[in-house]
Design a protein around this ligand. Structure first.
Ligand SMILES: Nc1nc2c(ncn2[C@@H]2O[C@H](COP(=O)(O)OP(=O)(O)OP(=O)(O)O)[C@@H](O)[C@H]2O)c(=O)[nH]1
Ligand SMILES: [Mg+2]
Length: 451
């Protein structure tokens, strides 16, 4: 990537549509406006209607274009945005013409990466751009838009500021090595460090929710045959997606679909009933179920509430734990079997009738409870960090723990300060003071082209 390049890309989805938007960013943009549209000094951020004629003289489209001057554009470099008719032929030819005029095709996320490199936003805000595009529920949208407006950056910068004050306090003693840290001086930084550790850990704990909000939740319905797994799937989706029958062994291959339990988008898999069988096809289905359980964030273990509970095979129950598993007593419209009251007591339970829909709301609430909630701060900010933030926060916290121990052991102030500084570097990496270009390239490569 070279900041002297001018790059271009289609910023709207491929295919036929009413409009298609092509964006260019880089130093050539003023020349493009002059060369294509014959306008020497366009008023920035004003729209113009003009014909787009290719360099070879072919009329391509009547377009609306906008020029954005350096610093006041999305990327921070001069930009040109062209709205054309959403015809893939036109869009392709306009892009090719821009390349003939000196542009190159943009890399994934290059517009946002340039905005970051030009200081238009910090890294956590740049990441929020992709979250915002992908957000599908009220809360994930809120979390992304607030992060884009700097909610996470403000929290992190405050932590860095607090840490910097502690470092300054400790470093004051480096200049006077003959003096030990006074006892009150020793407890004060230690208390401040432990307060910081608490705040960092709290933030770090939102990662599970943050990952679910960003990436969605993968769920699976499992249970012995005929308990109503496919009926439950259909009920959760609100449509008849899977075949239901009173014959055990109806579902063989697994069926995947998506539904929402606010704030989460849940992709759910209905599976073949688990039981001992010699049927090769059924066995293959059960093997697939085991594989899918390992990939799931949420397991809906379904039982028939009107029957005696059937224990699952050891290799299946070994994969279940109370953090990820919800036990569903289905067929609540039938007389319930009293033996079930102490079946799998360690798991959260919900009673439902897939047949009538009774208990569906409670079931959804139980799912949301198991998946957890993001922190909502006093200012109303939804805070839920990503996997990358989580890893940096954990490293920051570990460095602080070490610094605190060293203080207790009366180790030299230099050593303590060096761990505090390492902690600070990790915190700063969240908002983007990252030196490693490869890390940045990898991060922005997850964006779509044109963003
Ligand atoms: N009374 C009652 N019957 C139900 C309920 N849910 C499912 N059933 C019935 O139970 C039978 C089995 O339902 P399925 O949804 O096919 O069960 P399954 O667990 O997917 O079965 P397999 O795919 O064979 O493992 C069907 O006859 C359903 O109509 C319920 O809540 N109440
Ligand atoms: Mg089924």
């Amino acid at each position: 990537m070279d900041s002297q390049d001018t790059f271009a890309a289609l910023s709207t989805p491929h295919g036929e549509s009413a409009l298609g938007v092509i964006r260019c960013s880089g130093p050539l943009c003023p020349d493009l406006v002059k060369g294509i549209f014959g306008r020497i000094s366009p008023t920035p951020r004003r729209t113009y209607v003009a014909d787009f004629t290719s360099k070879s003289g072919q009329f391509l489209d009547n377009v609306v274009y906008t020029f954005f001057e350096q610093d006041l554009s999305y990327t921070g470099d001069p930009m040109l945005e062209i709205s054309c008719h959403g015809n893939p032929y036109i869009l392709q030819h306009i892009l090719e013409d821009l390349v003939t005029r000196g542009c190159r095709y943009a890399l994934p996320g290059e517009f946002t990466q340039t905005a970051f490199l030009n200081g238009k936003m910090d890294l956590s805000q740049a990441e929020a751009v992709i979250d915002l595009i992908k957000a599908r529920t009220n809360l994930s949208f809120k979390a992304a838009s607030q992060q884009l407006q700097g909610s996470l950056s403000r929290r992190i910068n405050k932590l860095v500021d607090d840490l910097l004050k502690i470092v300054a306090e400790i470093e004051a003693y480096i200049d006077f090595p003959e003096e030990d840290l006074p006892s009150e001086g020793e407890t004060a930084p230690k208390q401040k460090i432990s307060k910081l550790i608490n705040e960092i850990d709290q933030l770090s704990e939102t990662a599970r929710t943050g990952i679910f909000l960003r990436e969605g939740v993968k769920a699976i319905i499992i249970g012995v045959p005929n308990v109503g797994k496919s009926s439950l799937l259909n009920r959760l989706l609100g449509q008849s997606r899977a075949i239901v029958s009173d014959k055990p062994g109806t579902t063989r291959d697994y069926i995947e679909a998506a539904f929402f339990v606010d704030p989460y988008r849940i992709t759910i898999v209905d599976t073949a009933g688990i039981h001992q069988t010699d049927d090769e096809i059924e066995k293959a289905g059960i093997d697939k179920t085991l594989e899918q359980i390992g990939l799931s964030d949420l397991i809906l273990l379904t039982i028939d509430g009107s029957q005696s509970p059937t224990l699952l095979p050891e290799n299946v129950s070994a994969l279940l734990n109370s953090e990820t598993t919800l036990v569903i007593h289905n067929k609540s419209d039938l007389t319930q079997n009293p033996e079930l009251s102490n079946f799998l007591p360690e798991f959260l339970k919900a009673e439902v009738s897939a047949l009538t829909g009774d208990g569906l709301d409670f079931l959804k609430q139980s799912i949301a409870r198991l998946l957890g909630n993001p922190i909502i701060s006093d200012q109303g900010d939804v805070v839920a960090v990503s996997a990358r933030h989580h890893s940096a926060l954990q490293k920051a916290s570990t460095e602080l723990e070490t610094a605190s121990q060293l203080l207790t052991q009366d180790e030299p102030a230099e050593l303590v300060a060096s761990h505090l500084r390492d902690s600070m570097t990790n915190l700063e990496s969240i908002v983007g003071r990252i030196d490693n270009e490869r890390v940045l390239d990898k991060l922005f490569a997850t964006f779509c082209i044109g963003k």
